[in-house]
Design a binder for this molecule. Structure first.
Ligand SMILES: O=C(CO)[C@@H](O)[C@H](O)COP(=O)(O)O
Length: 214
């Protein structure tokens, strides 16, 4: 949602729902863990009654444990924290699970997969960053593909494998072929006049690479 038209947020949500986008992905940035500042739980909580869509909060913040309950209370269905912000995320992942939220763990481009390996079984979602976190509109980093492939062999079938950053009609196919089954799209969607056509094109490209797209 980082790239949406915030002046028409309610309308954007309606258009995304009509386009059958399955998830609203909320990029929360604190100006500290990443150089950019976005929005927080208050905004998400206000949007929550407007739709039944799945809400996925991606916390690019330095101290997510301090704020996690605000995002649970706001009605997020999944919450993702960064391994670089929480080197031992076991407690926060367990807390999310106990609270009925899908626990997610994100990994930035320079971080090796081994850093998250001990926590994979505690996660319902793994998010591979394919750009440096902080800004939309960056180019997809091909170096994320071997990480996606590696993680695919390490996680259960039920665990969502997500990729985030620079996803468009070309790169979604590459990420799907590598094993991702959840795709965060900012610029390539919000730059389009018709979200339904855009979502459909992206889904078709992803499906062309995998028979098991979820
Ligand atoms: O988390 C991030 C950036 O930190 C992403 O969610 C991007 O905001 C996706 O935007 P595009 O790369 O698709 O423009």
């Amino acid at each position: 949602m980082l790239k949406c038209d915030f002046g028409n947020l309610h309308r954007e949500v309606e258009l995304l729902e009509a386009a059958e986008a399955s998830v609203l992905h909320w990029d929360v940035m604190d100006g500290h863990f990443v150089p950019n500042l976005s929005y927080g739980a208050l905004l998400i909580e206000r949007v929550r009654p407007l739709t039944k869509m799945f809400f996925d909060a991606h916390l690019m913040v330095s101290n997510p444990a301090k704020y996690i309950d605000e995002y649970i209370k706001a009605g997020c269905d999944s919450i993702t924290v960064h391994i670089e912000a929480v080197p031992d995320p076991q407690d926060i992942l367990d807390h999310m699970k106990k609270s009925g939220v899908v626990p997610g763990l994100a990994i930035s481009p320079k971080t090796p997969v081994e850093m998250i390996e001990p926590y994979l079984e505690s996660c319902g979602l793994i998010l591979v960053m394919s750009v440096e976190p902080g800004f939309g509109g960056q180019s997809f980093m091909e170096s994320s593909l071997p990480k996606i492939k590696q993680l695919k062999t390490m996680i259960s079938k039920e665990t969502i494998l997500s990729v985030d950053g620079g996803i468009g009609t070309e790169t979604i196919a590459e990420a799907a072929a590598a094993g991702a089954n959840y795709f965060v799209v900012g610029s390539a969607l919000f730059s389009q006049a018709d979200y339904s056509i855009a979502v459909n094109n992206l889904v078709e490209k992803a499906k062309s690479q995998t028979a098991s797209l979820t």
